[in-house]
Design a protein around this ligand. Sequence first.
Ligand code: FMN
Length: 325
Amino acid sequence: MDALETDKPILSAPMAGAAGPELVAAVCNAGGYGVIPLWGNSVDQVSAGIDELRALTDRNFAVNLNLSFPYKDQLEACIDKGVHGVSLFWGMEPSAIARAKAAGLVVLVSVGCADEARIAADAGADVIVAQGWEAGGHVWGQVSTMALVPAVVDAVEIPVVAAGGIADGRGMAAALMLGASGVWIGTRFLASSEATIHSDYRARILQASEADTQWSHDLYDVGWPAAPHRALSNSTSKAWADAGCSAPGNRPNEKELIGQRPNGDPVERYQSYTPLPQTVGDVEAMSLWSGQGVSLVREIMPAADIVEEIYLDAKKSLQAGDVLS
Ligand SMILES: Cc1cc2nc3c(=O)[nH]c(=O)nc-3n(C[C@H](O)[C@H](O)[C@H](O)COP(=O)(O)O)c2cc1C
């Protein structure tokens, strides 16, 4: 993909907690483009995170920053470090796009509708990430990938990367047919050997069907309020649904401590938290982020093999010209 100077137009989606330097480097080294989430960190931690990733790959990558958390100093750290790209999500901030662009970074902006894509492109974005409603984790818009991608492609003249529900070569081929220049894949990489998630979480990903996820406006709102998201249905979401999907403040067992992070910090029920490998407690009841494409995720594989398989299968799908004959 020219805008990203990468061999294969496959991007590993930033996944806070789950997509660390090993996963991102493996994708970059396999010819894809990795995006590392470094938001929520201090400036020094952002710089250290970039150094850590650079020790594992000399390929291009982008740093993902969350616009609803402090990001300005973190963006300056990315600029000082001369990273190839920056990916901005959860908001629209033309001044941040312009600042990164003026500093020479490739700017990727996540959107949920065509109007946002136009604003981002006018502000100088290089690549639009069109995130459909099928996506796992926090989901910015409410339009499905199938409808969103062509609408965004028609709205802007810059490359569009499709996100949400894409987990294999067929999905990639479909996205390219809709006009996307590349794909941004999250849930499938949760089943990579390099993803840093708890084994119970990974086991649920490998078993879940396309109907096993739940989108909610504010279920896992502790630590990040009013931010819609999609996660696997579990005992927490089922008890909440049985109680009538009540609003925060009125949900079953609020403030209950259900586990501990590897650093000893407590995990509360309804907390926005990606269970890391050494998490202890009731992992099943935590926010097990997942997209609807989860039914296509059936095997743990090295990230490089996932990139290769998706790329070759997409190529095959696109070369099979006899579909309509
Ligand atoms: C565990 C997890 C964590 C995520 N964290 C982030 C994040 O930190 N930054 C971000 O821009 N998107 C985040 N997302 C959303 C992904 O970047 C991406 O849009 C989504 O995974 C695409 O849909 P898919 O899961 O169906 O492939 C996360 C998704 C998951 C599954």
